[in-house]
Write a new protein. Structure first.
Length: 501
């Protein structure tokens, strides 16, 4: 894909992150970058102070730098900001960071040479992945520490993974046939100033969460049918009276998924009027999650193609501002954490209804073949409860608190990277909870045979059985849950029309 700073998409980020696409600078981007670079070189040769070009950074912005030291300043900025700690970010996350950073530079506001942005593309295309510690960013001036660890590899320092092994940065470049860069005026600060770490995680986990939200409707439909519930609450007239887009979409999916179920036909004349909230209100809860995902997608799409470093070259001026501040992303990442916590929470309540003999509509206790001798899915519900409890802690917003940094120059920060890391864990926990519900619902449907559910549900149940065989007494459930998690993550719970195989 050609990067021009204007139209990068979340789907393209995901594709490059996992190695399905390469990247290069568009000709139009090179022209814009060359124009802004000329401005930087002109001002760097002058006497006027220009932040990060011939001055220090942060609280040291009032310190003037001699012309002979301008290149050293950029090296020092990169080196001094490599202060991250903690487990390294995943390879896909770092690749997403590099792509988004290259796209930001391609907008032409950063005042760097095109060769610097192209070298980020070279790392992507040749499989060199810098080692980036996950902790150390407060989300303003952007994700300084994580981005600095990428920039360090560009100048032949730091560490990077290449062909499955970890090397010093210079050696990784050599093995990939690349030379270290010598950074010129402004290029170091342009590489490390921005929101690309939190945005990279946000984009990847947003895509994962959208897959979870679709799976949640299908898994809920399985549970409702297994509990011999009624789809009456999904009547389109009800939802037209409260027309939130996500709610109507979820209700429509649930109606379609349950259409044609033999199980439903077998109890259509039962006297039950209403199901529990975890079933009846699924469109309202799942739909609110969908609306939160849609808003995050809108914000992330804007940020992907925004100039987020500082200062910016605008016309013939270099203007210092605050586009690096991560608050727009931090808010969305915290909202998403709350939304996914609710999605996991309502799923866990449905799991309890499936296994709890007081609630599961005369199914065997804990869906065991021989209750008492066997415990069935008793502990699976316990695991789901543990994950939901953890999500509740993780969903506390990071963006609601700030710790002053840089000698009180950076006196209000976003903490957006903390929001991103918490949200990533919540996505993983929620996927596991939904996998447990799918395991439980498929077992319950097995117990209702020879009656069959709808065509889409039976199709998914068959997919589940390819990775989680039908019950034959108690067994370790860890592998079943893990296999269904992978099935969900890979899109195996997308509903399809047509009869089951």
């Amino acid at each position: 894909m050609e990067l021009n700073g204007e139209d990068l998409t979340i789907e393209e980020v995901c594709a490059v992150a996992v190695g399905r696409a390469e990247a290069a600078l568009a000709a139009s981007a090179i022209e814009k970058m060359e124009r802004s670079r000329a401005v930087v070189e002109h001002l760097a040769a002058g006497d006027a102070p220009v932040y990060g070009v011939n001055t220090g950074v942060g609280l040291l912005a009032d310190m003037r730098i001699a012309a002979s030291d301008l290149d050293q300043l950029q090296r020092n900025v990169v080196r001094s900001h490599c202060a991250g700690v903690g487990d390294p970010l995943a390879r896909a996350e770092v690749r997403a960071m590099m792509l988004i950073r290259a796209n930001v530079l391609a907008k032409g506001y950063s005042g760097i040479r095109p060769a610097v942005a192209q070298r980020l593309c070279d790392l992507l295309n040749r499989g060199v992945t810098p080692q980036v510690p996950s902790q150390g960013s407060v989300g303003a001036s952007g994700d300084l520490a994580p981005l600095a660890h990428i920039a360090a590899v560009l100048i032949g320092e730091g560490e990077a993974e290449y062909q499955g092994a970890l090397y010093p940065g210079a050696e990784a470049l050599r093995r990939a046939g690349l030379e270290p860069l010598t950074l010129r005026a402004k290029e170091g600060i342009s590489l490390i100033n921005g929101t690309q770490a939190m945005l990279a995680i946000g984009c990847l986990e947003l895509a994962a969460a959208e897959t979870l939200a679709e799976a949640a409707d299908l898994i809920c439909a399985m549970t409702l049918d297994a509990l011999r519930g009624t789809p009456r609450a999904f009547d389109p007239r009800l939802h037209a009276a409260r027309p939130h887009p996500g709610q109507m979409k979820s209700a429509g999916r649930l109606r379609q998924l349950l259409e044609g179920s033999e199980i439903r036909e077998s109890h259509i004349t039962c006297r039950r009027v209403q199901d529990a909230y975890s079933l009846r209100c699924a469109p309202q809860v799942h739909g609110a999650v969908l609306d939160s995902l849609a808003e995050a997608r809108r914000i992330f799409a804007i940020e992907l193609n925004s100039a987020t470093d500082n200062p910016l070259v605008i016309g013939d001026e270099i203007i210092s501002g605050g586009n690096f501040h991560g608050e727009p992303l931090a808010f969305q990442l915290d909202y998403l954490a709350v939304a996914l916590t609710a999605l996991a929470g309502i799923s866990e309540r449905r799991i309890d209804r499936l296994v709890n003999p007081a609630l599961n509509e005369e199914l065997p206790p804990f869906l065991a073949g021989h209750p008492g001798l066997e415990s069935g899915l008793m502990m699976a519900q316990v695991t789901a409860a543990a994950l939901v409890a953890e999500n509740r802690v993780l969903s506390h917003p990071a963006s609601s608190g700030s710790i002053t940094t840089s000698g009180n120059k950076e006196d209000f920060v976003s903490m957006g990277m903390t929001s991103a890391l918490k949200y990533r864990n919540i996505v993983r926990n929620t996927r596991a909870v939904l996998a447990i519900e799918a395991l439980s619902a498929s077992r319950a449907l097995d117990l209702l045979q020879p009656l069959r559910s709808s065509a889409p549900i039976e199709r998914v149940r068959e997919r589940i059985r390819t990775v989680s065989p039908a019950w034959n007494g108690d067994r370790a459930l860890h592998h079943d849950i893990s296999a269904i998690e992978k099935l969900i993550a890979g899109g195996g719970f997308r509903a399809e029309t047509g009869p089951p195989s």
